[in-house]
Every structure is written in C-alpha cells, then in structure tokens.
Design a protein around this ligand. Sequence first.
Ligand code: V0V
Ligand code: CO
Length: 159
Amino acid sequence: MSTRPIAMEAVHMFMRIDHVGIACHDLEEKIAFFERTFDLRVVARETNEEQGVKEAMLHIADGEGGGSYIQLLEPLGPDTPVGKFLAKRGEGVHHVAFGVPDVAEAMREIGGRGVRVLDAEPRHGTLGSSIAFLHPKDMGGVLTELVQAPDTGDAAPGH
Ligand code: V0V
Ligand code: CO
C-alpha cells in the first residue's frame, strides 16, 4: 500500500464541507444557543423566498475556496422543504452542503452519473453563492447541496 500523501490538488468533486443545514422552529432561539454555547458568530442572515426559508450562517473556519459554516433554517411556511421536514421529522440536520469549483459543471457531471439533481439550473444561495440540490434518496438519505462560492469560477447564470 502506498504511503504517498494525497496531492493537495487531488481531483475530486467536493472541495470542502461548506455548511451543515439545521432545521429549527425558532431561528432567533437557535442562533442564541449556538452563540452562547460555542462562541460562534452570525455572519449573514437572509430570507430566501425561492427556498422558503429564513436562514442564518454561523462562521466556523475559512478554507481554500470558501469558508465553512452552520446554517440555521426556519421555514417560511408549512408547505416548504424545511416546513415539511420539520412536520415529518422534527428539528435536526436537514442537509449537508459541499463546496464545488463550478456548480453548473458539477450538476452536469453528477447528474450524468445517475444522481437526481433537483434544480434545472443553479439557484441563488446564501452569502452570494450559487447552489443546487441532490435528491436525498440517491444520496444515502442525506439531502445534499452543491455550493459555488461567489469568488470562485465564473458567475453562474441567474444572478
Ligand atoms: C425530504 N426527505 C428527506 C429530506 N426531505 N430526506 C433527508 N433529508 C431531507 N432534508 C425525504 C422524505 O422523508 C421522504 O421520504 C422523501 O424525501 C420525499 O419527501 P417529501 O416530504 O414528500 O417532500 P418532497 O418530495 O416534496 O421534497 C423533498 C425534496 C425537497 C428533498 C425534493 O425538500 C427539495 O427540493 N429540497 C431542496 C430545496 C431545499 O431543501 N431548500 C431549503 C434549504 P419517505 O418518507 O418517502 O421515505 S435552502 C438553503 O440551504 C440555502 C438557501 C443555502 O444554503 O444557501
Ligand atoms: Co444550505
């Protein structure tokens, strides 16, 4: 077995964990908990009508190609992805988001490998990112998000 270290520029699709999305009933209460308990700080808040959420990003670390965060998500209504998730499962991990260099390219490549891509084109995400989702049933039960940070690659369409 080779003991050679993996090259820094090793090619795989996911560059880093961008965020873990946590569904909650009360965004302000959960922000207060994470700030108080872990000394984390909110760096962005947004109401995203298209995704049906009010969300906040708590910064953890910076890495190559972007940072890593906890994303707290409160639904805008019961008939939204997070609203339905809360009704069915209660509060908990809603999705895991991976950083990719180019979200449109990742959607094509991953879609071509038989995983259902839920978005026809990249959508607007938090912190100016471009995002797309992969079906949880094709991802071992985990709703998975692809994230292209705003300063990497070319701007995606729809911005
Ligand atoms: C649903 N299911 C999940 C799930 N949501 N499994 C794991 N994790 C989740 N988050 C399961 C559910 O238990 C059902 O399995 C099955 O999928 C169908 O679920 P459903 O309740 O009938 O709901 P659907 O099919 O109407 O919608 C589910 C999907 C939907 C995943 C297709 O939620 C979606 O399109 N999500 C992508 C958009 C999104 O989640 N946006 C909010 C985050 P059983 O019970 O039949 O076995 S926005 C965000 O992250 C932003 C803005 C950002 O990061 O910037
Ligand atoms: Co997210």
